[in-house]
Design a protein around this ligand. Structure first.
Ligand code: SF4
Ligand code: SF4
Length: 339
């Protein structure tokens, strides 16, 4: 298996960044980690994961979709789409790597979202196996093994070196492009590292969280549950849980009058907001209970019902650590068990 000594990782990043844009998870001043465009000397964070996921590179928070120029009664429609340049997102965790399976089902289904597809075609996702999962992690609930991450290519850290493994052709092309900087290495130590990480997983507070009771066949029971009232009572409707979530994919489209024409843009939206899906006749969900219920019904019931049992959560734990009232999908799953 090809590897590079961790002491040479900076040189490898320099070489990748010389050919295409490279993003790595790096520290920020408040002690959290975020993806940053790599510049020479930048180091990988030691934090387990970033506050916002790698979703941003493929489905950015805001983007222009089209422009309209007005000239008297004539309207010129301007296609603002550009072919994306090749880029690499390095160090994506297994949970976030799986989120692309979910996002692909939404954005690559007909009609294909050409903005998203363009970035998926040009972006290479290089994952990093977890060695020390956190208390808020529950990716295993959704069948994800954090020690064997998906993505185009996967990296494994044995403490001294980073090993590379291709998961598909794009990943192999990436490894081929850096092969001159890699060397053959003995990967036997990796088994111990993986075993230790799996042993940690087994002892985590959410190790036994199961999805057995969820899915599309209990739609009515869940929808009509009396538990939603208590669960949603303190929800602030702030949308934090949706904005940090790697699988949330709702957006709004609006027109902005620049004075010289119109820019049509989209931006992330949240089902937790009072104007979400507002239509000419009004809003179909008038209370926070209904909005709160929508978020969790979508992830635990509607999405699996429409996608062969695949859930709309990857157990990244971000909503567990970021919700200001400490409400999250785990509390909902535990409270809602329909026997
Ligand atoms: S619902 Fe929460 S735990 Fe699940 S993927 Fe979204 S942020 Fe992560
Ligand atoms: S569940 Fe928490 S993070 Fe999500 S909208 Fe409500 S208060 Fe905000």
């Amino acid at each position: 298996m090809l590897k590079i000594s961790k002491s040479k990782l900076g040189g490898l990043f320099d070489a990748i960044a010389a050919k295409q844009t490279l993003y790595i998870p790096a520290d920020r001043e408040d002690g959290e980690a975020e993806y940053k465009k790599y510049e020479s000397g930048m180091a990988l964070t030691k934090k387990l994961n970033t506050v916002r996921s790698a979703k941003d590179f493929f489905f950015p928070q805001t983007e222009n979709l089209a422009e309209f120029r007005l000239d008297g009664k004539n309207i010129e429609v301007i296609d603002v789409r550009k072919e994306s340049e090749d880029f690499v997102v390095f160090g994506v965790r297994a949970c976030d790597a799986r989120s692309f399976t979910i996002l692909d089902k939404v954005f690559l289904a007909e009609p294909v979202d050409s903005f998203y597809k363009n970035r998926r075609d040009h972006g290479t996702i290089v994952t990093m196996a977890c060695t020390k999962p956190a208390e808020t992690c529950f990716c295993k609930t959704f069948g994800i093994d954090p020690t064997v991450p998906e993505g185009d290519a996967a990296c494994f850290d044995d403490g001294e070196s980073i090993f590379f493994l291709a998961n598909n052709e794009k990943g192999q092309a990436f490894i081929d492009s850096i092969a001159s900087m890699l060397e053959e290495g003995d990967a036997t130590k990796l088994c111990d590292v993986q075993e230790k990480a799996r042993a940690i997983m087994e002892k985590l507070p959410l190790a036994n969280l199961k999805t057995d009771n969820f899915g599309g066949d209990k739609l009515n029971e869940y929808f009509n549950s009396e538990k939603w009232a208590d669960l949603s009572e303190a929800c602030l409707g702030c949308g934090t849980c949706t904005f940090v979530c790697p699988t949330c994919q709702c957006y709004d489209i609006r027109d902005f009058d620049t004075g010289h024409g119109i820019k049509r843009f989209r931006c992330w939206d949240s089902c937790m907001y009072s104007d979400f899906t507002k239509m000419a006749h009004g809003n179909p969900r008038l209370t926070q209970l209904e909005r709160f219920r929508q978020r969790f019904m979508h992830k635990l019931v509607y999405f699996p019902a429409n996608n062969n049992g695949e859930f709309g959560c990857v157990g990244c734990g971000r909503c567990l650590s970021k919700c200001p009232i400490s409400m999250n999908i785990v509390k909902v799953m535990k409270a809602l068990e329909v026997k």
